[in-house]
Design a protein around this ligand. Structure first.
Ligand code: HEM
Ligand SMILES: *[C@@H]1O[C@H](CO)[C@@H](O)[C@H](O)[C@H]1NC(C)=O
Ligand SMILES: *[C@@H]1O[C@H](CO)[C@@H](O)[C@H](O)[C@H]1NC(C)=O
Ligand SMILES: *[C@@H]1O[C@H](CO)[C@@H](O)[C@H](O)[C@H]1NC(C)=O
Ligand SMILES: *[C@@H]1O[C@H](CO)[C@@H](O)[C@H](O)[C@H]1NC(C)=O
Ligand SMILES: *[C@@H]1O[C@H](CO)[C@@H](O)[C@H](O)[C@H]1NC(C)=O
Ligand SMILES: *[C@@H]1O[C@H](CO)[C@@H](O)[C@H](O)[C@H]1NC(C)=O
Ligand SMILES: *[C@@H]1O[C@H](CO)[C@@H](O)[C@H](O)[C@H]1NC(C)=O
Ligand SMILES: CC(=O)N[C@@H]1CO[C@H](CO)[C@@H](O)[C@@H]1O
Length: 355
């Protein structure tokens, strides 16, 4: 009996320590964390919606249990949102008669339809509990983080306080801001440089392709009419079976080694000439980024650290804060023209009663 309880004590001590480790945020030191844009904060909803993170996490656990592919859809959604016009949920707005929306521009054609529905479902759950306090842009940023974590990737804290745009981005803005999969490293680096993202950020963020799928049309230019010389032959042969024609509607995994796990295998793929897109494989071909790829391939912790830094920077691109934009009551639509009542709901009754 005495020995049992004696051995129990260290166990009780160890368990919370392990929990702390696994739920902790070990990958990025305080010093490396990019400074927060004014208006964003790690405690933004801690009194106004303390359960925000747990509501989202619980729901996504359920969703991913039935379709882990959704995690990839949600991660990509945040990327597209942030790159086009800023992380303002503009990607979620349905098109209007005034022009084609971001949702309808080619790069977005493959954003999983289900991912839009999930964001809206999360909004409903969160706003049912907290009121119209939490923005669709923040939900999108948090869902991306949880997609990473629940796919086995690193945890990190997400700053909140983003507000939702009043307008959607045009088709032209979308095309101008999202590099195509046919882009070489020069094009990727200069595109990301316009967002103040470095070569390390570019390589780390491309590691998002450690999960998810691509359509044949995104890479058959590397197979036909002539095969890209930087592609492994067996890999190419298999892709030709999946995509017998350039217009095949099939899809294939972005990371052949561990397609549903958020790990560093994407970089191992690149070193083995098994990257799917030109934009991926050229990161290993190009001398400016090759050593970064190799560094991530041999050190997953290093990848995680740089990925988090990249995600934090990306997640702060051109955000709306304070009284800019609005908090949407429906992620796919701008709020009906601001009425006195909706202002009261959003600003809180306290403000009104203060008069
Ligand atoms: C660097 C430039 C990038 C290019 C050129 C690019 C291009 C693409 C393309 C063409 C697809 C496949 C679309 C399809 O054929 O269905 C895709 C999928 C994906 N991308 Fe990227 N991407 C880039 C950066 C990123 C970033 C920064 C992230 C997130 C951190 C990301 C995450 C994803 C994910 C998770 C998928 C899979 C989506 C799914 O399975 O539904 N990508 N990307
Ligand atoms: C969009 O881009 C196309 C091609 O570059 C151009 O012809 C068109 O005028 C642009 N449309 C708008 C609304 O800027
Ligand atoms: C990269 O692509 C651009 C076109 O987007 C092209 O002008 C340039 O020559 C390419 N660079 C290399 C090194 O292939
Ligand atoms: C990049 O940094 C410059 C200088 O700090 C800033 O003026 C610019 O707005 C930044 N660009 C983006 C897209 O954040
Ligand atoms: C889809 O891929 C399978 C093999 O994975 C192939 O047999 C089939 O022909 C492809 N279908 C189309 C429409 O390309
Ligand atoms: C693809 O194109 C070929 C002709 O090039 C056509 O016969 C076939 O029906 C097309 N398939 C799809 C899925 O569009
Ligand atoms: C891997 O990267 C981490 C994070 O930067 C670093 O602390 C560690 O020393 C690296 N490990 C090796 C074996 O280089
Ligand atoms: C949200 O907005 C979209 C686009 O206007 C609309 O189709 C949908 O019915 C709205 N959802 C709700 C719950 O009002
Ligand atoms: C896809 C598209 O055209 N636009 C958005 C983007 O995602 C899904 C997939 O097709 C569509 O249902 C939605 O209309």
């Amino acid at each position: 009996m005495a020995s049992t309880s004696a051995s129990l004590i260290p166990q009780l001590l160890i368990v919370p320590c392990l929990l702390l480790l696994s739920s902790g945020f070990l990958y990025v030191s305080e010093a490396q964390t990019p400074p927060l844009v004014s208006g964003l904060s790690y405690t933004f909803y801690s009194t106004s919606c303390p359960n925000f993170e747990s509501i989202v996490r619980t729901r996504l656990q359920t969703e991913f249990a039935s379709d882990i592919g959704l995690a990839a859809g949600l991660l990509r959604m945040h990327f597209h949102d942030c790159f086009v016009q800023g992380c303002d949920a503009s990607v979620l707005l349905d098109g209007s008669a005034s022009g084609p929306s971001e949702k309808n521009a080619p790069p977005n054609l493959t954003l999983r339809a289900k991912a839009f529905q999930i964001i809206e479902e999360l909004r409903r759950l969160v706003q049912n509990q907290c009121g119209r306090i939490v923005s669709c842009a923040d939900i999108t940023a948090l869902a991306a983080r949880d997609a990473v974590v629940l796919s086995g990737g690193p945890n990190y804290r997400v700053p909140f306080g983003r507000r939702d745009s009043l307008n959607f981005a045009t088709r032209n803005a979308t095309l101008a801001n999202l590099p195509p999969p046919t882009a070489n490293t020069s094009a990727i680096l200069s595109s990301l440089a316009t967002k103040n993202l470095t070569a390390t950020d570019a390589v780390a963020l491309s590691g998002g392709h450690t999960i998810g799928i691509g359509h044949c049309t995104s890479f058959t230019g590397r197979l036909y009419p002539t095969q890209d010389s930087t592609m492994d032959q067996t890999f190419a042969n298999n892709l030709k079976i999946t995509c017998p024609t350039t217009n095949s509607t099939n899809t294939t995994n972005l990371d052949i080694r561990s397609p549903n796990v958020f790990d560093n295998k994407y970089y191992v793929d690149l070193m083995n000439r098994q990257g799917l897109f030109t934009s991926d494989q050229d990161l290993y071909t190009d001398s400016r980024t090759r050593s970064i790829v190799t560094g991530f391939a041999v050190n997953q912790s290093l990848f995680y650290e740089k990925f988090i830094i990249g995600m934090l920077k990306m997640g702060m691109l051109n955000v709306l804060t304070g009284t800019q934009g609005e908090i949407r009551a429906n992620c796919s639509a701008r709020n009906p023209t601001s009425s006195f009542l909706s202002t009261v709901v959003e600003e809180g009754l306290e403000t009104l009663m203060g008069f």
